[in-house]
Design a protein around this ligand. Structure first.
Ligand SMILES: *Cc1c(COP(=O)(O)O)cnc(C)c1O
Length: 456
């Protein structure tokens, strides 16, 4: 066998060993102090590849977080599916530049197919354009750039050519509980966070439609949300979009994880009307369980999408030579990773029913968490558990509780501040979590509760 073959086989075996043992390992590393030392100094001379890889893996494995395991409930984190993981390893091995069909027909064609599949699964209009981006942040930025182009073009202003100096004012109407990435996108796009007119939200974090009606005025982009990152709440897309479209506004939906509710008939009611908006941001690496570096920007106005993003400035349709779509005309990058392979693999592995099962199973497990935790004395579940997010209060002890649970190594959930309260946030987003994992995590919380209350 060649040295390369040996090296790649060793890596594959190492990945398999890691993933097969991850469910039994502590979910968060307890001592990461040795990592820097093991990484050593910049070598003066070359090192054989196999030694490099052994050294890297030996150094960092003790500091890995078991996000691919079944009891990681922090942020909104999906453990990567098996076919998606393997496809991502192939992606690296093939090292394709997914710029267009000239740099890689394989990458361009697979993105085209996977993008069509995504629209189908999510119930988005078949004519929508799409870009494979780095994640939800990237998707929000691309969609809002398309929105900026579209709304200003209607006022007669060409933002791609003239920039924003002297442009008509453009407001962004968004819920008080919008995700922080919306604000960063607005900063990057030169609209600035002062452009935001905040809309009041209800007890679960969904926007108040009457307040939206009050603040919406003039050329505007309305940002709605499918899945509040704390509560999982959904805005009323049908009502908000009817008002916004009547006033000529663009409607964007940040559906990083929540838009996946549209993939299952039992939860579809949460996303009613979402197909009528103008753009959608969705993550692949959260609920679809694709490895990291995967998000999708969809747009109901392909010309505006391409005008904002294509390399040769405005007015390209993004239709490349030979009828194959040029992926880089819909994203801010030119040389880029071939992100379509892993997404195609995830959708192929799951199938339509598998995507629905994954989403429903996670929601059922979130309800199981809520039901069991609510029975523990002094513990309250603060949100309506409509999706996969559970917010838990422990009175004064929340931070201490969260730390104790994290230290147990049994599971990992983070703390959040919601409505001025410190709370534990639980997100069930991975394919490998079972009822037994939830029960084990609840037991760890119960044990932490006993020790922290005893100490008080
Ligand atoms: C995670 C998240 C984002 C950002 O997505 P990234 O993939 O982390 O860039 C945006 N909006 C919501 C609602 C999210 O949950």
């Amino acid at each position: 066998m060649s040295e390369l073959r040996d090296l790649l086989s060793e890596v594959a075996a190492r990945v398999a060993d890691y993933r097969e043992s991850v469910a039994d390992a502590p979910v968060f590393p307890d001592d990461t102090s040795g990592v820097r030392g093991k990484l050593g100094e910049l070598p003066e001379k070359p090192t054989p590849p196999a030694d490099v890889i052994r050294r890297l893996a030996d150094a960092v494995e003790p500091a890995l977080v078991a996000t691919t395991g079944p009891r990681y409930f922090g942020f909104v984190t999906g453990g990567a599916l098996e076919a998606a993981t393997a496809a991502d390893m192939l992606t690296t091995g093939w090292d394709q530049g997914a710029f267009n069909q000239v740099t890689s027909p394989a990458a361009a064609i697979v993105e085209e197919v996977a993008g069509e599949w995504l629209k189908d699964v999510l119930g988005l209009p078949s004519g929508a354009s799409f870009g494979f981006v780095t994640g939800g942040q990237g998707a929000n930025t691309v969609c809002l750039a398309a929105a900026r182009h579209h709304v200003l073009a209607r006022t007669g202003w060409d933002v791609e050519r003239r920039g924003l100096h002297g442009a008509p004012p453009l407001t962004v109407v968004a819920g008080e509980e919008r995700h922080a990435t919306i604000d960063r996108s607005l900063r990057l796009l030169g609209l600035g966070t002062d452009a935001v007119r905040p809309v009041r939200t209800d007890s679960q974090g969904a926007i108040d439609i009457a307040d939206l009606e009050r603040v919406l005025d003039g050329p505007a982009i309305v940002c709605l949300q499918a899945g509040n990152v704390n509560t999982g709440a959904f805005d009323d897309f049908a009502a908000a979009t009817a008002i916004a479209h009547e006033r000529g506004a663009w409607v964007h939906v940040d559906g990083a994880f929540g838009l996946w509710a549209a993939a299952t008939p039992t939860l579809e009611h949460l996303t009613a009307g979402v197909e009528t908006v103008d753009s959608w941001a969705v993550d692949g690496h959260k609920w679809l369980n694709v490895p990291y570096d995967s998000g999708y920007a969809f747009c109901a106005h392909p010309e505006s999408h391409a005008a904002a993003m294509s390399l040769t400035a405005a007015y390209l349709t993004g239709q490349g030579d030979g009828g194959v779509r040029a992926p880089s005309d819909f994203v801010p990058e030119s040389s880029r990773r071939a992100r379509g392979f892993a997404t195609w693999a995830a959708l192929s592995e799951l199938g339509r029913s598998g995507v629905a099962d994954l989403v429903e199973r996670c929601c059922a497990l979130a309800r199981r968490f809520a039901g069991q935790l609510a029975k523990i004395e002094g513990v309250t579940v603060v949100n309506d558990v409509v999706l996969n997010q559970v917010l838990v209060g422990f009175g004064e002890d929340t931070d201490k509780m969260v730390e104790a649970v994290q230290r147990s190594g049994e599971c990992w959930m983070g703390a959040t501040t919601w409505r001025g309260r410190r709370l534990m946030r639980i997100s069930v987003s991975g394919w490998s979590t079972t009822e037994a994992d939830v029960d084990r995590a609840v037991a760890a919380i119960q044990a932490a509760r006993e020790t922290t209350t005893r100490k008080n």
